[in-house]
Design a protein around this ligand. Sequence first.
Ligand code: NAD
Length: 429
Amino acid sequence: MKITIIGTGYVGLVTGTCFAEGGHEVTCVDSDVNKIKVLQQGGMPIYEPGLPELVKKNVAAGRLFFTSNTQEGVERSDFIFIAVSTPPQPDGSLDLSFVEKVSRDIASAMTSYKIILDKSTVPVRTGEKVAETIGRFSKGKVDFDVVSNPEFLREGSAIEDFMKPDRVVVGVSSPRPVEALKALYAPFDAPVIVTSIESAELIKHAANSFLALKISYINAVSVLCEATGANVQEVAHGMGMDPRIGRKFLDASLGFGGSCFPKDLSAFIATSEMLGYEFGLLKEVQKINLGQMDRFVKKITDTLWVVRDKTIGVLGLAFKQDTDDVRNSPAIDLCKRLQRAGARLRVHDPQAMEKAGAILKDVDYVADMNEVAEGCDALVIATEWPEFKKLDLDRARRCLSHPIIFDGRNLFDPVEMERLGFLYKGIGR
Ligand code: NAD
């Protein structure tokens, strides 16, 4: 089948590459000419494990193409995906101008029947608007179907998530495209759930908001653990053994971030408000998340007493492990707060230092994680990269002016850390 993906970012590039791997012929389009040039020359604009190999393989097999020409992309294919960004606005609602622009571009390039799938995360009723816009701007009044096809992949395990999804959700307004959609996803052996467009749009926002809620729930419980001497990991383990609850997303931390959870949560709250419902539960989820960062910073400032002119080492800049994505990263937020308090920073991330460089200035970027602690007054762990567990703790203890570690991701065992001579402060333990 012939597929075009408009928007070749974290979602679009993975989607396109995986469809090509599934045997389809895929054209990835992006308005960012440099990004397309990098891809055409065999480079990779993002870090995602396994992606470079898969792109290379499918380009060589003649199933994966890159262009910055939307018209060419639309003409080539029967399925057109919209995978552009939907960034947040100051009031929490989403900026849908990229989705609108692409809808108009598709409309003016269409000369035959197309199935247009929205993969960008959008508020409920966007599908209706996309269909209206395409109908309005399609020159020859060409026939088409609009489908809501939300994406659930996680950066860091995006390929596995796309190739073996728990479910594929397709929201349609008529049965016409359903068989074609099932054939499109046939290579992936996943249940295809057919819903209305509105339900599909709601599934994405409701699912991500629920996951954020789960994180905030355990973070709130972590506060009680700290107040009582309980251990949040033991509590999470005991709760998570109940299959109705499950252990996933019950890891206490300095809070969630990234380009999806905070944005999706705010957008869901804003959409609810527009529909006349005040989603107070989700506002509390946001509040807990902010409070978790406040408490972590307070833990650092209380322990160091005076932060001004202290040097602090920070391990982790990406919003989570296995990605170079620093959009809305709690680690970057933490660094900025420490800078505002007058601290000097030495920072390291296995993949995200280049992207962090654009938004986090006046810090020392350190190439080797074991050198970060040199000359520091404390070490902070801000991202749960598994390699940080292999930190040379003996060396860190010797380098620090006093061996203090603040672990915002609970990577280490508090008892063991104390035995090694550290003043160790995690979350909820
Ligand atoms: P991204 O910023 O990495 O990629 C978006 C791409 O769209 C960019 O390369 C941009 O240049 C391109 N673009 C913008 N306007 C364009 C236009 N008019 N024509 C062609 N290309 C255009 O964003 P992303 O992380 O891939 O997210 C895309 C959407 O998917 C968002 O709605 C996001 O909420 C959703 N989503 C993201 C994830 C994730 O983990 N990143 C997961 C699920 C859903």
